[in-house]
Write a protein that binds this ligand. Structure first.
Ligand code: FES
Length: 102
């Protein structure tokens, strides 16, 4: 597979070529790359792409990456169905009603 088509960040659909070009333009740390390309801002919060981006950054610049991680990791994103949320509300109402009856 050519470098052009090598997907590094699946969440944001970024290729290795786009990342290398950004580094060559002067975006030489993880925070700058995140702000320019939205690396690490997808649902996985960089868990998949961050190690790869660090490796690419080291290859292109020849320097060790100082940052160990992005500054702000958010809690894992877990989809919750509306049905399960509605069920929680009904269950809490039932508990309240049973307490009132006691
Ligand atoms: S793969 Fe890059 S944010 Fe998920």
């Amino acid at each position: 597979m050519s470098e052009k088509k090598t997907i590094v960040c699946r969440c944001e659909d970024l290729t290795k070529k786009e990342i290398v070009e950004a580094i060559q333009e002067g975006y030489t740390d993880l925070e700058e790359l995140r702000r320019k390309l939205r690396i690490g801002m997808g649902p996985c919060q960089g868990r998949v792409c961050l190690p790869l981006v660090k490796r690419i950054l080291k290859q292109v610049t020849g320097e060790k990456v100082k940052q160990e991680s992005f500054p702000t990791f958010r809690p894992p994103l877990v989809p919750v169905s509306l049905g399960s949320l509605a069920k929680l509300k009904v269950e809490s109402k039932k508990k309240k009603q049973s307490k009132d009856q006691e």
